[in-house]
Design a protein around this ligand. Sequence first.
Ligand code: HEM
Length: 150
Amino acid sequence: MTLAALSPFYHWIKAFHVMSVIAWMAGMFYLPRLYVYHCQVPVGSAASELFKVMEHRLLRYIINPAMIVTWLFGILLILTPGVIDWHAGWWHVKFTAVILMSAYHGFLSRWRRDFLHDRNQRSERFYRIANEIPTVLMIVIVIMVIVRPF
Ligand code: HEM
């Protein structure tokens, strides 16, 4: 199903999609970094309480809204006639990577709650490794949607 009324706005919709992607990725790269530093300070310390505020605001006011707007404009692009060839391999790989990126977002939110309630058990090294996941997914997504290798 597509909506012909969207066609005249294709480039505007794509521009807002890419802008919200940039905001989403900025937060997805920064939040696990805060978790790395949060592991370095004692539970209950002033620094730990400050990190809790920073993590909450980053997730609540940047990452969550940016993800919602990325999905909104992404779906509008899907509904724009002629944009998606459902047989194209690149689209299936991109969409799978986007689903994994959204799942990773869910884990970031769950890990934040563990820090909030002083029950984080994961190591600094765990978050350093986790920090690489959105980068790898972003590289796959952008190559797929722009180069379209298959
Ligand atoms: C969240 C769900 C997402 C959906 C449903 C979605 C869907 C789409 C669609 C249908 C297009 C249009 C392709 C075309 O013009 O032919 C597009 C373009 C694009 N998407 Fe997404 N996308 C999503 C997330 C992302 C993410 C997470 C990234 C990057 C990390 C991304 C990067 C891009 C880029 C760079 C373009 C422009 C490509 C171009 O100009 O040719 N998208 N997206």
